[in-house]
Design a protein around this ligand. Structure first.
Ligand SMILES: *Cc1c(COP(=O)(O)O)cnc(C)c1O
Length: 227
């Protein structure tokens, strides 16, 4: 039996106070999210637009919903009215779409730039080589209905702790460079979203202040249950 409430309390007691815990509830039923909710958790992460909007409709309105997965431009409109943070912005085109949909909803949507830090080639995100260009980018301040609040990244899925640490250190380095260039005037460019169930202690040591944890809270995911 997975004790969701205990798992949340345990993680909360282990991580520093400045580190925000996103409970990654993808594939999990509403009941599981409610157990986490009753244990005090208010920030939940989902990676599919349809699942996210369904849960947001059914579950308590004070939940802050984070979109953590790859987002297609044609689906932005479904989450724009309520999403609290979009983690995986990986193109200027997507950013412009988010801005447009946020404007329609008369709000400013906080976003993170997803950086490709892993060696694996299939992962999304801006490349470290793009940083030079991103540090000269003026589009971020021109788009009034988005707010870039930091960066997000995923390490390679590997047992090699040294490699994971190196990739997280790279993301911290990218964050620092952007903080000192494009976003130097912006105090709320402050979030480094890195670390999942298998690697969040390393991520925190390397400077993470937002961890996205699923299976350690809710148990292993069974994708066969997903409709
Ligand atoms: C699923 C997912 C997580 C959580 O993964 P766990 O290993 O279950 O903690 C974190 N971030 C993203 C982007 C995910 O898709």
């Amino acid at each position: 039996m997975t004790n969701i409430a205990d798992n949340i309390r345990k993680i909360q007691s282990e991580i520093p106070e400045n580190v925000c815990l996103v409970a990654v509830s993808k594939t999990k039923p509403d009941e599981d999210l409610m157990v986490a909710y009753d244990a005090g958790q208010r920030i939940f992460g989902e990676n599919k637009v349809q699942e996210l909007t369904g849960k947001a409709e059914r579950l308590p309105k004070d939940i802050q919903w984070h979109m953590i997965g790859h987002l297609q431009t044609n689906k932005v409109k479904y989450i724009a009215p309520f999403v609290s943070l979009i983690h995986a912005v990986d193109s200027i085109k997507l950013l412009k779409t988010i801005n447009k949909e946020a404007l329609k909803n008369n709000r400013v949507i906080p976003c993170l730039l997803q950086m490709h830090i892993a060696e694996e080639s299939e992962k999304f995100g801006f490349k470290p080589e793009d940083i030079e260009q991103l540090s000269q980018e003026t589009v971020f301040s021109e788009l009034k209905n988005i707010r870039i609040c930091g960066v997000m990244g995923m390490a390679t899925f590997t047992e090699d702790q040294t490699q994971i640490r190196r990739e997280f250190a790279l993301l911290k380095n990218i964050f620092d460079r952007l903080k000192n260039s494009t976003f130097s005037e912006q105090e709320d460019f402050a979030t480094i979203s890195m670390g999942m169930s298998g690697d969040y202690p390393i991520a925190i040591e390397e400077g993470s202040n937002m961890v996205r944890i699923g299976s350690t809270i809710f148990g292993a995911r069974n994708y066969n249950n997903v409709s």
